[in-house]
Design a protein around this ligand. Sequence first.
Ligand code: RBF
Length: 358
Amino acid sequence: MKYRTNAQRDRGFKPSGLLCAVLLLILPAAQPAALGTRDTATEAEFSVAVFVPGVVEGSPTYEMLVAGVRRAAEERPGTGVRVIEGGFNQAEWPQSMTSLAATQDYDLIVTSNPSMPEIAEEVSQSFPDQRFLVLDGYLAGNPSLYTVLFNQREQAFLSGYFAGLVSTSSMEHAKPGLRAGLLAGQEYPIMNRVIRPAFELGLQSVDPAAVLDFRVLGNWYDAAAATELANSMLDNGADVILTISGGGNQGVISAARTKGAYVLWYDSPGYDEAPGIVIGSTEVKLDEAAYLRTLDAIDGELAFGTGEVLGVGDGFVGFDTGHRLFERHVPQQVRSELEAMITRLRDGDLRLEMPTQF
Ligand code: RBF
């Protein structure tokens, strides 16, 4: 049972399975408003605020963030979680984070994306006792923060290598030559200096003459604009597109469906989004990292002041090669070449270090 009111918890409320089922049916109707309104956090023994810089739906990393923190809270009774969606206006995030810290209601604020360590650091100047756990970003040396960065160099390289194999394969929609697209929600240091070049390096490991068509959506939600950009990439000869654009990802799928092309998902397995179109998916275990580090924080064991980097060798970055749709739609030859590359990364035979300074 995920959501108990404080009153229910105080009475030692333990709903039966049947009651749970009934509550699950009526709760959404009884509480239709925003995620943040169901506030079980502030009177809990340990209170966690999850600040989502954007909206949860449609963004794989944010969906994993919320799931991971909730899982940790369920495992430590007495932990309250409140999820706050910060929306797409990035200029408002520092103020929203400041307001959260100013309440002094939360033992921990958890958030995720590469721009958030800096914002948390800024807030910590005014509220040094507030603790932050930031996923998908890096900052070491501030005693208020713990950060977890994923090796996106490895991740983007694997995606590019797979795109290259697909584009040069005998698969139905593969066109002659190697030309692949990458659609980014916006430009930011990790995108420009890590993801984009590593994706291109992956393509060129298959064919040195490979061409990358890089486009920027300019936001993390506009699916119609994403369709237009994807159409343009496909008209220019791309046959496979990696999309990292939040809600824009659905627009890329539409274009690929109409024109006959392939889409690569990035942060979590996306095969079920469009079987036969989304044919490859890297993944970061952001949910697992959020779960583990939130547990550590609840248990008083999180080493604030440090930043960690997790990659393929740690089991936190990978390519989902076990999915039935991957096995169904991708030829054996392509799958085994990809597996060989994953093994090289896992064994440290190929090293792609993740920079932490940008
Ligand atoms: N990724 C999303 O899927 N949805 C978002 O709303 C989103 N917003 C972001 C905002 C900023 C300022 C930055 C720097 C990145 C954002 N990302 C978003 C990208 C995300 O953090 C991550 O880099 C990518 O998902 C690749 O792992």
